[in-house]
Structures are given as structure tokens and as C-alpha cells.
Write a protein that binds this ligand. Structure first.
Ligand SMILES: CC(C)(COP(=O)(O)OP(=O)(O)OC[C@H]1O[C@@H](n2cnc3c(N)ncnc32)[C@H](O)[C@@H]1OP(=O)(O)O)[C@@H](O)C(=O)NCCC(=O)NCCS
Length: 377
């Protein structure tokens, strides 16, 4: 059976990977064999980065070495702050990262080196400086000066420090760290596929990541998250959920944060994010959102057989951390850079990805006939 492009490659196996695994019916996700729930509860984002890049969880010494390398790269890449200071303020934060990746590719001496060591170094480098770019642009929007990273903080702690200008609480740091673990990889999602397609031509890691960043922007992928807060504000109360959803569905609109190409049940990442959302919302001004989110999940399951995806609760968690909605996709990218680079490096040894299309245009016709008809007309 030929697969129509309108089916969006659903269920087509388009790559072999040893990085992550999904069972969409059971709602399971594993990184390198480890269930996502165990990693979220008992690991750290930097240990997960090591796992995704290298295949195994790190020992104490290996983790220390990666942390030291990330720290050194972060301190070395403060030039990113100058770059961010020069971009227009009206841009989308994800476009700022994409611009910075392309700018970096112009002067990075390793840009066109596709050897394993060069690619490993570039992957660590991007994971180190993405948070600098995002925090600096967030502060610029608030008319605040950028803050240079601290040598003693990890990825999550440093990001929040560079955002707030002071060291975040252990609870906030752990919340962000867990959210980063949950977003770090997700098999052949659209942006990872884009990265793999790009590097499969034997281009380079910068080109692959620029493709991935562009793909992540759309509301059917990471861009859903930034629209969730507007939705919650519009709904206002749990009682309003039913009428609000009915009205949107009648207009054939999509409810952000619901549905998934692969999961036919609750996205396993959203289970953890649901619990995290409840923790951060309890006692806050937005405590009513807990009931709204639960009612939304109930109504969508009942009326549409659709379940919360990662973006629904991630939005609430990001909001509680004080992050502006249009930056949520960039928080996703701070984490997913690990998965993208792991996949791109894995794809380098594979074949070029070049599917075929089913032609639906006109049959054979001739230029001279066209000219003749025009003259006659
Ligand atoms: C994620 C998503 C793009 C995956 O969808 P997909 O596998 O490509 O499925 P399709 O876009 O073909 O949609 C299939 C049907 O379900 C409906 N549907 C899917 N998600 C929906 C949603 N969130 N709200 C309302 N209807 C939805 C579609 O309208 C379509 O109905 P139709 O056949 O009557 O036209 C889709 O669920 C979506 O747009 N969700 C909202 C955006 C979002 O949260 N994205 C983050 C993903 S992690």
C-alpha cells in the first residue's frame, strides 16, 4: 500500500534509533531503556544529557566531567549575551536562538567538522549556551541587563539565576530540572525528524539544529504551550470549561495541549507535569487552574477521546517559574537540544532521507501547445 503524504507519515518507520522508545497505546516513554518516570524522579537533567549522548547513565566521575565541561563552555560563551543585545526586541525568542545558531556556524572552527569528537563538543557547547541566550532575551524584554552565569550552578540553577538575577530556591531549581528531563527527547517527533533529514545530507550539526528550531516553533508542535495560558485565562472557571470547549470544537478549532500523533492515552510526561503543576499552583493566585485543567482533561477525553500532552501542564509550570509565555518553546529547546544533537549524530552514519511523493498535478502537456493557445486566444 502506498502511503499518502496527507497521512503525515503516520506510523511510518523512518529511522532506526537506540535513543528513545515510545509505546503510544500504553503511554510509555523510555530514554535508552530507562522509563521516563524513573529518570524524572531519580536523575538530573545533566545525567540525562549524558545518557542520551553516550548511551548509559554516568558514573560519579563521568557526571563531574560533563558538569565541568558544561560549566567551562557556559563561562566561555558570554559572547552570546552581546549577540542577544543586538537583535530586535520584537522577535520570537525561538527565532533568536535559531539566529544565534546560524551566527555561531559562521565563526565556529568546528562547524564543518563532522567527526565524533567535534560533534560531541558542539552538542555540549549548544546545551551550555542556549540558556544564556534565552535568559538574556527574557531580561532584555523586561529592560534589564543580562547576567553572566555562575560557575557553581548547573543548567537549571544557572538559567533561573540568569533570569531572576538571584539564586532560585531549591524547589524552583528542581522543578525546572525535572521539566528539562521530561522534554529532553521524544523519538521521531517533527523537530527531531527535521534535524535528522538535514544532517542526513552530510550537512552539519548547526544546520540540523537550525532546522529543528524552525520546526519546533509551530502550534502543532512546541508552539502549543505558549497558547495554553491564554486559554486558561479565557476559560476562567471550571464551570466554564464545557461551554468553552463546545464552542471551540463547533468552530473546528484545536484545543491546545491536547492530542498527539503517537499517544492514544495520556502522555506519560504529562502525568509528572500534572503533579508538578498542582504543587506550583496550590496557594498561588492561579489555584483555580487546577480544577480547570482537570475538567478540561475530563471533557476532552469524554467528547473527543483526546488526552493532555506535554505542553498543557508544562505551560503552567513555566508560568509559575516566572517565564513569559512566548518563551515556553525556548525552554523546550534548552532541553531538547540534547535529544536533537544525539539524534543528528546518530543519523550521520545513516543514508540520506529522501522519500517520494504521489504526483497529483496535470498530466503531460507541451509548451508549444500552450503558446499556440495563448496566440489563438
Ligand atoms: C498534536 C497534533 C498536531 C497531532 O495530531 P495528528 O496526529 O496530526 O492528528 P490530526 O491533526 O490529523 O487530527 C486528527 C483529528 O483530531 C482532531 N484533533 C486533534 N487534536 C485536537 C485538539 N487538540 N483539539 C481538537 N481537535 C483535535 C483534529 O481536528 C482531527 O479531526 P478531524 O479528523 O475531524 O479533522 C494535534 O493533536 C493538535 O493539533 N493538538 C493541539 C496542539 C498541541 O497541543 N500540540 C502539542 C503536541 S505535543
Amino acid at each position: 500500500m502506498s502511503v499518502s503524504a496527507t497521512q503525515g507519515l503516520e506510523e511510518v518507520v523512518a529511522a532506526d534509533t537506540a535513543i528513545s522508545w515510545i509505546d503510544g497505546r500504553a503511554g510509555e516513554l523510555r530514554y535508552r531503556g530507562y522509563p521516563i518516570g524513573e529518570l524524572a524522579e531519580s536523575s538530573s537533567f545533566e545525567a540525562v544529557a549524558y545518557l542520551l549522548w553516550n548511551g548509559d547513565l554516568p558514573g560519579a566521575q563521568e557526571l563531574r566531567a560533563l558538569r565541568e565541561e558544561l560549566r567551562a563552555r557556559r563561562m566561555d560563551r558570554v559572547n552570546v549575551l552581546e549577540l542577544v543585545a543586538s537583535v530586535p526586541l520584537s522577535g520570537h525568542p525561538l527565532d533568536v536562538i535559531r539566529y544565534a545558531v546560524s551566527r555561531d556556524s559562521l565563526s565556529n572552527p568546528l562547524a564543518w567538522d563532522n567527526g565524533p569528537e567535534a560533534n560531541r563538543r558542539k552538542a555540549v557547547d549548544m546545551a551550555a549556551w542556549f540558556p544564556l541566550a534565552v535568559a538574556a532575551y527574557h531580561r532584555r524584554r523586561a529592560e534589564l541587563d543580562p547576567i553572566t552565569p555562575r560557575p557553581d550552578l548547573d543548567t537549571a540553577g544557572n538559567f533561573l539565576y540568569m533570569l531572576y538575577g538571584q539564586v532560585a530556591s531549591p524547589e524552583s531549581t528542581r522543578t525546572l530540572d525535572t521539566a528539562l528531563i521530561l522534554h529532553a527527547d521524544h523519538e521521531l517527533n517533527a523537530s527531531t525528524f527535521a534535524a535528522r533529514v538535514t544532517i542526513a545530507t552530510q550537512s552539519n550539526l548547526h544546520a540540523a539544529i537550525a532546522s529543528a528550531l524552525g520546526t519546533l516553533t509551530g502550534p502543532r508542535h512546541g508552539g502549543a504551550s505558549e497558547r495554553v495560558i491564554t486559554m486558561l485565562e479565557e476559560i476562567g472557571t471550571a464551570e466554564n470549561v464545557g461551554p468553552w470547549v463546545r464552542e471551540r470544537l463547533a468552530r473546528r478549532e484545536r484545543i491546545m495541549g491536547f492530542g498527539h500523533r503517537v499517544y492514544r492515552t495520556v502522555d506519560p510526561r504529562s502525568r509528572h507535569l500534572r503533579a508538578m503543576a498542582e504543587t506550583v499552583l496550590t496557594g498561588s493566585e492561579q489555584e483555580a487552574w487546577i480544577a480547570i485543567l482537570d475538567e478540561l482533561a475530563r471533557v476532552m477525553a469524554r467528547d473527543k477521546d483526546l488526552y493532555p500532552n506535554v505542553d498543557l501542564y508544562a505551560a503552567v509550570v513555566n508560568r509559575a517559574l516566572g517565564i513569559d509565555p512566548d518563551f515556553y518553546t525556548s525552554i523546550f529547546a534548552i532541553s531538547r537540544i540534547v535529544g536533537w544533537t544525539a539524534h543528528a549524530i546518530e543519523q550521520l552514519s545513516g543514508r540520506m532521507i529522501r522519500p517520494t511523493a504521489r504526483y497529483t498535478g496535470p498530466g503531460l502537456r507541451h509548451v508549444l501547445e500552450y503558446r499556440g493557445n495563448r496566440t489563438a486566444g
